[in-house]
Design a protein around this ligand. Structure first.
Ligand code: SF4
Length: 195
């Protein structure tokens, strides 16, 4: 198999499994519409999602659960103490809809920098957490609240704010996905009409 220079360099710098996932992720970014190809509604929703990710991440800064939730779990989750929810597969987290939203809001695959560490779950998971800025993470990463974290937040001062930002993020993402589906349906109907 012929690999790109970037993929080759990643294989020198990282475990092969991470390098290969990063190459697949870059291909997924390339396949998504750019701002010129997207609708105005999609561009606006993607920008709104980016802002909500940053706001929700800021509101979650004081939580403690995320630093030890993976302790004692089997690999890959237990490789480090924190970030159990980051131990899934990169491309299952960076779905085409998530990547579509990231790309339209200004995230470029070339700027996503993984940690220099073992590959244990998502390619961006490392010993000190996620190596990406919150704005560059999939929406699910920022709004996912596990049982332990929910317990920690319950009754706390930020609970209401976090719940409402999380709801807004989920609903805005649903609108973004629906908008993409509607645009795709229209495209298929138009192409059928041309034949
Ligand atoms: S992008 Fe970051 S927050 Fe999301 S799963 Fe990967 S390591 Fe975790």
């Amino acid at each position: 198999m012929l690999i790109s220079p970037r993929h080759f360099i990643d294989r020198l710098r990282h475990p092969r499994s991470r390098a290969d996932e990063l190459a697949s992720l870059r291909a997924r970014f390339a396949a998504q519409p750019n701002r010129r190809q997207a609708t105005t509604e999609q561009r606006c929703l993607a920008t709104e999602l980016r802002q909500l990710r940053c706001q929700l991440h800021d509101a979650l800064q004081r939580v403690r659960s995320c630093g030890h939730c993976a302790k004692g779990h089997p690999l890959p989750a237990g490789r480090w103490n924190g970030g159990h929810c980051c131990s899934g597969k990169t491309l299952d987290l960076f779905t085409p809809d998530e990547v579509g939203a990231l790309k339209l809001s200004g995230t470029a695959a070339s700027t996503l920098c993984p940690p220099q560490s073992d590959h244990a779950g998502c390619s961006f998971r490392g010993p000190s957490g996620c190596s990406l800025e919150p704005a560059d993470r999939p929406n699910i990463c920022v709004r996912y609240i596990c049982g332990e974290l929910r317990q920690e937040l319950r009754g706390g001062p930020e609970h209401q704010q976090i719940a409402s930002l999380s709801k807004a993020l989920a609903e805005t993402f649903q609108r973004f996905v629906a908008s993409r589906q509607a645009a795709e349906l229209l495209r298929v109907m138009e192409s059928d009409g041309d034949q």
